[in-house]
Design a protein around this ligand. Structure first.
Ligand SMILES: [Zn+2]
Length: 303
């Protein structure tokens, strides 16, 4: 059994919203067990938006949430960092309706969480353990979830661009692999799309400081952080979007050419397919002969 965790102490940062271009202050604060991850709009008298799929609002170029009168946009990179570092309960307070983009990756949020430190709470963490495959496809985009003893992610992308014809990666996601191999990968976009986005009032805060921009033949930024930074960023987005399921996943996610729309539609579908998973309190199979604590379902042995 693993215990739920929260932050040891509050942490703050400031940045700009990728789409609004406005300055925003973000603070992460400790929260009690079973509180989950909730956004709190300090500028709206503290209205709260729990990070659940029921509150999904927008999926255009970023993932947004809404609850009653309050909304928050571009939540996916922060959510990915929180769930990957095992922060189950936290208040994310903002004075603006968009999470700051920082450098376009989740690395600044990993830093913030590490600075805060984590604290265990005396309540078991609950996982969603996949029992049967689930899948969803829209045209040539697809995503699936298979039984596995760990949270693993396989992602592949292909774009009509010389640098991005094919990138694929598989990784078992742990705190360390996320922090080292996924979190630093930045948001990317195509130069020809930037003007269109701006005409729609989006990407107003975007620059080479917070996004990898692709021109006709190459990257406009001085360098990439990884040769396959693009597919790693898609993995980051998928982890953040699937965090809206509300439980850490024990299973293998396989996605091809997906994006926020498909990730979040799949998150909703997974929760609806109640026969395909179980909620368990133990992330790994208990050694044979060792009884699990009372009330804990024995995870099925798979793979
Ligand atoms: Zn992203």
């Amino acid at each position: 059994m693993r215990l739920q965790r929260t932050l040891r102490r509050p942490q703050f940062c400031a940045g700009i919203g990728l789409h609004s271009g406005k300055k925003v202050t973000l603070s992460l604060r400790p929260a009690p067990a079973n509180y989950g991850i909730r956004f709190r709009r300090a500028d709206l008298g503290g209205l709260e938006i729990p990070a659940t799929i029921d509150n999904l609002a927008g999926i255009q170029y970023a993932t947004g949430l809404r609850c009653q009168q309050a909304s928050v946009d571009t939540v996916e990179h922060l959510l990915a960092a929180l769930v990957s570092l095992g922060v189950d309960n936290v208040v994310v307070e903002l004075d603006h309706p968009e999470v700051p983009i920082m450098d376009g990756s989740a690395a600044p949020f990993v830093y913030l969480i590490n600075e805060a430190g984590v604290k265990t709470l005396p309540v078991a963490r609950r996982y969603l353990k996949v029992q049967r495959p689930m899948s969803l496809s829209r045209g040539d985009k697809r995503i699936a979830l298979y039984p596995s003893d760990h949270f693993k992610l396989t992602y592949s992308i292909s774009f009509d661009h010389p640098l991005l014809q094919h990138q694929a990666r598989t990784l078992r996601i742990t705190e360390d692999t996320f922090a080292e191999q996924i979190a630093p990968a930045r948001t990317f976009g195509f130069l020809k799309e930037v003007e269109m986005l701006r005409q729609h009032g989006l990407a107003l805060g975007g620059s080479l400081d917070n996004a990898v921009v692709l021109g006709e033949t190459g990257v406009l930024n001085p360098h990439l952080r990884f040769e396959d930074e693009f597919v790693r960023h898609k993995m980051l987005d998928a982890i953040g979007d699937l965090a809206l399921i509300g439980y850490p996943i024990i299973g293998h996610v396989v996605a091809h050419r997906a994006g926020h729309a498909l990730h979040t539609e799949f998150a909703r579908k997974v929760l609806q397919e109640r026969e395909a998973w179980r909620i368990v309190e133990a992330p790994e199979t208990s050694p044979l002969g060792v009884p699990l604590p009372v009330g804990v379902e024995r995870p099925a042995v798979v793979n």
